[in-house]
Structure formats: C-alpha cells, structure tokens
Design a protein around this ligand. Structure first.
Ligand code: AMP
Length: 415
C-alpha cells in the first residue's frame, strides 16, 4: 500500500516518526528539522479525516522511564507544527483507551517507546557472555512481539516515516508491521523520498559517479567504502582518515589523527581501488594547526610531511582544487563526512570547497545526495542545503542502505 492510495477517512493510523530532536538543558527544542520532516505525512492523514497516534523514541533511556527523555517536552511543539491539539499518553503500552477515544482529526502522542526495553528488544541487565544470555534474548524477542502487538492494537493502519531508525529491527519500526495486512501498512512521505534517493544512487547511476567520504576515521566507514568501490568511478577520501593513508604510505603526520591499527586496511583500499579501476583521490596538501583549536596557528604543508607538533586539520588549496575538479564533472554524487574540522570556521574551507563543487555539478544536472549528520551540518552551515539534490535525514540508515543492506523498517512494509 502507499500513503497516496490509502483511504484514511475514519481510520486510526499509528505512525512511527523520528522525533528524537535535540533539546537544550531546559528541554527546549534546538532544531526542529525532524518534526518538520514528518509533517507532510501527518497532515495528509489528518486532512483526509483520519486520526493519528504518533510514536517515537527520544535519546537513549535504555528501557527505563526517565523524564529527561520524555516526549511530553515536545508535545506543544508538535501541536504548533500540526496546528491542532495534541493529547498525550504517558504510558505508550497502556494507551488503548486514549486511542479508542480519538475522533477523526485528533492526535495522540505516545510517551517515549524506549522507556520499554521491548522497543529495542535487547535483554537488559545481563552480559552477552553470560550463559543465560541466549535464553534472555529469546524471551525478550517474545516480549517484543507482544509489545508491538499492543501498539498495533491501537490502530487500523501502520505508517513508518522514521528513516533515521529504519536500519533497526525495533518493535515500532519493523516488528509491529507483522500485525497489519499488506493493505494496511505503508511508508510515509519522508521514507518514500529517502528510499527513492538511495535508489537513484544505487540503480540509476549516471556516470561519472563520485563518492566523497570524509569524517574522522576510516574504521567507521570501511563497510561503505568497500561497497562503493564496486560502484563508483571516483572515490575521494578526505578528513581525518587522510592521515591514516599518509602514514600507511610512509608519510610523517605529526600529531594528526590516525588509526594505527588500520594502516594495512588503508593500503588494501588503495590496492583494491587500483584493481577495480576506481580513481582514488586522496589529499596531497593540508592546513596544519599547532593545536586543536579554531585560533591555532596554521601552515599549508604536504599531507605526507607534517612537522612535529602540528596536525592536519583541513584539506589544503591544491587538494581542494583536485577534489573540486573531480566533483564538478560528476553526474552522480554521494557525500558523507567533512574534509576537515569544519566546526572550527578556520578549518571549514575544505568542506566548503567540496559543498560548492557539488552545488556546481548539481546545477549542471548531476544528482547529489548528502547524508550523515556532519555533512548535513556542513551544507547547512554554508547555506547550501537547498542547492543539492537531496539531503538525507538518515545517518546510519543511509549508509547501510547504500551498502546494499536491506533496511528492516523498509522490508517490514515492502517485503
Ligand atoms: P565522522 O563522525 O566520522 O563522520 O567524523 C566527523 C568529524 O570528523 C567532525 O566532527 C570533524 O571535525 C572530524 N574531522 C574531520 N577532519 C578531521 C581532522 N583532520 N582531524 C580531526 N578531526 C577531523
């Protein structure tokens, strides 16, 4: 079923959203992007005369009630965004009466799903090494099914619009779907858009396809780097991982961030790229700083010859131009991870050069997908978010989808 085909009039829809919004110490929302992201789906259901049961997680309360992570804190913001009253169920697993009382056009927000360990379905308080762990795990899976069934019992149909958690097989993101027939479960608009964007990258590749992977470490990105190697024409590796590659090749990297146990891995990636005919582009020069601070003294040096006491903190001018040249001619672009410590304005230039080249390529007809928290923060910082083709709300989910893994949240609905 699709959200556009379903007849919501008179129906109760339970919708999994990602309202895991950042809050300040007073419980005020500091960025409401995620609430805004779910609005098209939520409004569509209300406007058609359906009623809404909204469910989400917030933070990591680890299966225990914790007011710090209560969704009650965002109830009013959700009401303002929807332009209607929002009722609140303080116990998400005991909300049957509140759900039953809902009239068309009414909204019920459930308390944080992760106040129950059943949401994530992992046994709590027992070590993985403990011989009793396996039994506890099986028991928890059964409790998870029961929890999901309770949530499902509140509604006539299920909508999943939480891409950020689609890579998790949780009660509300996947297990719940088993309680609904094919005609009564569907992806929300945000999920549909995300899935389509990934599909664009994976199946409808216009070449050259250029992926830019940055960030701090090679170890957290290795799965996707290896997977991309079979798909891309150009692979730009930048950010902190540059120095693991430089050291692996015998370079001097001073105090630069480096994963010493990944030197072989770096060489292996270089070898594989060569075997597969992928143009691997690494930084050659960098902006080095004499301390990890925005007001560090800086100098442009070779990424292979960084003086003692200095660390590589951003891509240098030659590197920026080399990256930009490859990006400008691309027809499909994926960017995940910054080229430097972009949080410090003085070391954001490399990431900005990448963002600007992506914008230029997009203007020339490329499809560009930017995903993962930090790259999204980059395009936002430079005011370029609306000049790329798609900015994904998913971090881990996006990378797993591009790695070719089936996302449980999508599979539970699409089969
Ligand atoms: P990740 O979470 O792995 O995508 O990494 C993002 C982080 O990498 C950002 O907070 C950047 O500040 C950081 N980063 C990028 N380049 C460097 C660098 N050369 N040295 C230290 N950290 C870096």
């Amino acid at each position: 079923m699709t959200i556009d085909n379903y007849k919501f009039a008179g129906k109760k829809a339970i919708v999994r959203v990602d309202f895991n919004v950042p809050l300040d110490e007073n419980g005020n929302i500091t960025d409401d992007t995620r609430i805004r992201g779910a609005l098209p789906t939520l409004k569509k259901i209300l406007e058609e005369g359906g009623s809404l049961i909204i469910m989400s997680h917030m933070g990591k309360p680890k299966g225990k009630v914790n007011p710090k992570f209560s969704l009650a804190q965002i109830k009013d913001a959700v009401a303002t965004a929807l332009g209607c009253d929002v009722k609140f169920a303080e116990d998400c697993a005991n909300a049957a009466d509140a759900a039953a009382a809902l009239q068309p056009g009414e909204v019920l927000l459930l308390e944080n799903l992760r106040f129950y360990p059943e949401e994530e379905g992992k046994p709590v308080g027992i070590d993985k090494e403990d011989p009793a762990y396996e039994t506890a795990k099986k028991e928890m899976k059964e409790s998870q099914k029961a929890f999901a069934k309770t949530l499902a019992s509140y509604a006539d149909c299920y909508v999943n619009d939480a891409f950020g958690t689609a890579h998790r097989k949780h009660a509300s993101t996947a297990v719940i779907a088993d309680n609904f027939g094919e005609d009564d479960k569907m992806l929300g608009y945000l999920m549909e858009k995300e899935v389509k964007a990934v599909d664009n990258i994976l199946s409808d590749i216009k070449r050259p396809f250029t992926a830019i992977m940055g960030g701090s470490k090679v170890s957290t990105k290795i799965g996707i780097i290896e997977n991309l190697m079979d798909k891309v024409d150009n692979l730009i590796l930048c950010g902190g991982m540059t120095y693991t590659f430089a050291k692996a090749q015998g370079g001097k990297i001073g105090l630069s961030i480096c994963e010493d146990d990944k030197l072989d891995l770096a060489l292996d990636i270089m070898k594989k790229a060569q075997e597969k005919g992928v143009n691997l582009v690494l930084g050659t020069d960098c902006i080095a700083g004499d301390k990890f601070s925005n007001d560090a003294n800086t100098q442009v040096v070779s990424a292979m010859d960084i003086p003692e006491g200095w660390e590589g903190m951003d891509a240098g001018p030659v590197t920026r131009e080399a990256f930009a040249e490859v990006i400008r001619t691309a027809k499909t672009i994926l960017w995940n991870g910054p080229a430097g410590v972009f949080e410090f304005d003085n070391f954001a230039g490399g990431s900005k050069a990448i963002a600007e080249a992506i914008v230029e390529a997009t203007e020339n007809g490329a499809f560009s997908l930017v995903g993962g928290g930090d790259s999204v923060a980059c395009v936002n910082k430079f005011g370029l978010a609306d000049k790329v083709s798609y900015v994904s709300t998913g971090g881990g989910a996006l990378l797993e989808a591009i790695e070719g893994k089936v996302l449980p949240g999508v599979a539970a609905i699409k089969g």
